[in-house]
Design a protein around this ligand. Sequence first.
Ligand SMILES: Cc1ncc(COP(=O)(O)O)c(C=O)c1O
Length: 311
Amino acid sequence: MLPEGVRVTASCAIYLFDALQYMVLIVVDICCIVLCRGAFKIRGASNSIFALDDIQAAKGVVTHSSGNHAAAVALAAKLRGIPAYIVIPENAPACKVENVNRYGGQVIWSDVTMESRESTAKKVQEETGAILIHPFNDKYTISGQGTVCLELLEQVPEIDTIIVPISGGGLISGVALAAKGINPSIRVLAAEPKGADDSAQSKAAGRIIKLPATNTIADGLRAFLGDLTWPVVRDLVDDVIVVDDNAIVDAMKMCYETLKVAVEPSGAIGLAAALSDEFKESSVWHESSKIGIIVSGGNVDLRVLWESLCK
Ligand SMILES: Cc1ncc(COP(=O)(O)O)c(C=O)c1O
């Protein structure tokens, strides 16, 4: 359930041919990026928060996130008229923290590790009685994120391959469940940064792999799969394409120059994957005729962007 006013209307589908030398469809989640503070996360956050009954909602909500989910929870809680306690790791980009403040979320800092984020959120839960809104490992979050795929297939039913950024796997789980539910032959591919390639490693190992450390410019893609997202990724995601940070920066440049859209590294990675040699040499590429790439977020720290573009 997405509340009125938060309901994102349609993704913006832009066909690119000249720049890529082949036909792909860049699916910019434009309403979320432009109107709802920069990312698809408002879909899952509002679906979760508006599913709470009044007694559950009264004590507020809590979450931990490096940014986009944090702002989305703050915004959805504001719309519901309840408090939002947001645990943010100390290395989160400044622009994402500002978005939380703008929506009246109460920021609580944690260390960068997932353990610290989770234990800080648990402490807030115990102290306030707030309900945890998980960034990806939750059925309402997953189904909310899946609405981007429903909108895409409404607009372009003939799509045969969808490339989706992956971190904790909430977005791609929603997309895969929606896509395969509508048409089981649609391929769903994950795009993942080399410095945080736990999903590719998990698929290869047949179990959840958690990395001791991550290192990538894509700050939204550093989480690991959860027990709800892993089975969906294992069974419904056809493959994971791993790309390095240079390829992500090149894709970001292309989004600015060709699409005229501000896209953050985590949001541009699907385009980087589509442009990669690994993908173009794969049998999937030869079998695909209409590829949709989900461009998922636009919250970019201008200083970091400038430094990356100038390298
Ligand atoms: C812009 C952006 N794209 C993609 C993702 C990946 O989402 P998920 O954790 O659901 O895989 C994130 C996660 O924070 C994100 O911020």
